[in-house]
Design a protein around this ligand. Structure first.
Ligand code: PLP
Length: 362
């Protein structure tokens, strides 16, 4: 059997979830959209079912997958509904939905429902992607309350730059949000992972009743480019690993792999690993990207191909055929690999495919 696989540590997932609650003092919706960032939404939801205050997914298709697997409790649709017809399913499956546009308010006003909805009303505090304009929030809120179809409303917004720890923008967005909501008595939800980890000073008042929305931190990856104290407490959930399936001696001056992207400066011992971009390993990871080989730090060399990649074994004489290679996990952080490849850990996780996922700590 091909040795490439992703080990998923569900106990680490639970610990990261608890950290989100501890740091925020708020209720936490575990964000498990996009198949739990590649970790498997159903398995992650089952692992958190005993303690999570609820879950968040992108869309109704993702929510129904969880309901079909028997996941109860709150599930929020972060992107809201895409057409008015979805309201019937939202009602039937007792889902919560974001409302981010005026047409959705109108759709709710017109809908025939037997049960009142739990809504999260989104205001655009400066990200400028979705959400009601701050000046329209009050009116939207009143219309929903007056519709008779709403059980409760959480006021929400989303930070654009919370991962930049020296950037004033999050503070400005918070001020914009507070101004838009002034006088409205409702719980609020603002924080994603970087805001939970990096901006405690913005949320010092007691947060009971409010909500946070941790995503990437649940999976144990830091959203920051630099070291950060709270993020250092995260435990990586996924270990992407494989084995060396071939070893050869490359004489000085010889090229390696597609495009001769690596040319041996000295005689080089090359290990070939069963892992490639078809598994989700980033093709743009250059020579020098860290890997971990039989417990020792090592480096990728040459271009990543579809099913294989190559590593330098010249300084690792003990390593050879069958050696275990960690591509990311506790010893090589996904955020480091992402930085080398010019992307973010979110994308590495979401791109995972073909490799079987093996779970522990259920
Ligand atoms: C994806 C998402 C989150 C989670 O973001 P992380 O940076 O992964 O914590 C939170 N809120 C909304 C609206 C999202 O779409």
């Amino acid at each position: 059997m091909r040795p490439a696989r992703a080990l998923i540590d569900l106990e680490a997932l639970r610990q990261n979830y608890r950290l989100a609650r501890e740091l925020s003092g708020a209720q936490a919706l575990a964000v498990i959209k996009a198949d739990a960032y590649g970790h498997g939404a159903v398995r992650c939801a089952q692992a958190l079912a005993g303690e999570a205050d609820g879950f968040a997914v992108a869309c109704i298709e993702e929510a129904l997958e969880l309901r079909e697997a028997g996941i109860g409790g709150p599930i929020l649709l972060l992107e809201g509904f895409f057409e008015a017809e979805e309201l019937a399913l939202i009602e039937r499956h007792e889902l919560w939905t974001v409302v981010h546009a005026e047409w959705q308010i109108e759709a709710i006003e017109r809908a025939t429902l037997n049960r009142p909805l739990q809504l999260w009303l989104k205001v655009d505090s400066g990200m400028h992607r979705v959400g009601l304009h701050p000046a329209e929030l009050r009116d939207g809120y009143r219309r929903l309350q007056a519709s008779g179809k709403v059980a409760s409303i959480v006021l929400m917004s989303h930070f654009a730059r919370a991962d930049e720890l020296d950037c004033p923008r999050s503070r400005e967005q918070l001020a914009q949000f507070e101004q838009a909501c002034a006088g409205l008595q409702a719980p609020v939800s603002l924080r994603n992972s970087p805001a939970i980890l990096g901006w405690p000073q913005l949320f010092e008042t007691p947060q009971a009743g409010n909500w946070v929305r941790p995503g990437i931190m649940l999976y144990g990856a830091t959203p920051f480019e630099q070291a950060q104290q709270a993020a250092a407490r995260l435990r990586p959930v996924m270990t992407l690993e494989s084995k060396i399936i071939s070893v050869r001696e490359l004489p000085a001056g010889e090229p390696l792999g597609y495009g001769a992207r690596f040319i041996a400066e000295r005689a080089t011992r090359v290990g070939v690993v069963a892992m490639g971009y078809a598994d989700g390993y980033p093709r743009h990871a250059p020579t020098g990207t860290p890997v971990f080989i039989d417990g020792q730090p090592g480096r990728l060399i040459g271009r990543v191909s579809m099913d294989m990649l190559t590593v330098d074994l010249s300084d690792l004489p003990e390593a050879g055929l069958g050696s275990r290679v960690e591509l990311w996990g506790p010893n090589v952080l996904a955020s480091e690999v992402a930085a080398h490849a010019g992307t973010i850990p979110y994308q590495l996780f979401c791109n995972l495919r073909r490799v079987p996922r093996l779970y522990s700590g259920a």
